[in-house]
Ligand binder design. Sequence first.
Ligand SMILES: [Zn+2]
Length: 137
Amino acid sequence: MNAPQNLALQMAEKPNDQLLQMLRRPDDWLPEALDAARAELQRRGVDASTIRIGPPTICPECNSERIVAGEMTSDGENCFVGFKPGTLRFLSLTLKNGVRLSQKAYACRDCGFTWGLVDPGELGEFIDRHCDQRESK
Ligand SMILES: [Zn+2]
């Protein structure tokens, strides 16, 4: 089996969000893998070119399309702005208050729902270590 075919088979097993995640972090992947991911998304009718740029098109809270892009901010130099999963175990021993949010963020002009990005690897690690696994599934 040659490499491109092998890659195509691997991509065919991944869900859409995993393929999109690859395209959002192109530095982590070989160009051949990215091509295969793009081809697989195209085969499924997902237009990857529109997903990589710009904000999400619909508010997950109210379905409004009036989304504004911006960044997470805090009023102090070293203030931590992060995401703490709701399934954090009671009295879990962690000095971390959650997973740091990247600055990139979006807000809905209609309902005020605001969302940002965390590193998926860091989030997974935090959940594995400090959260109740039964509730997070
Ligand atoms: Zn909204």
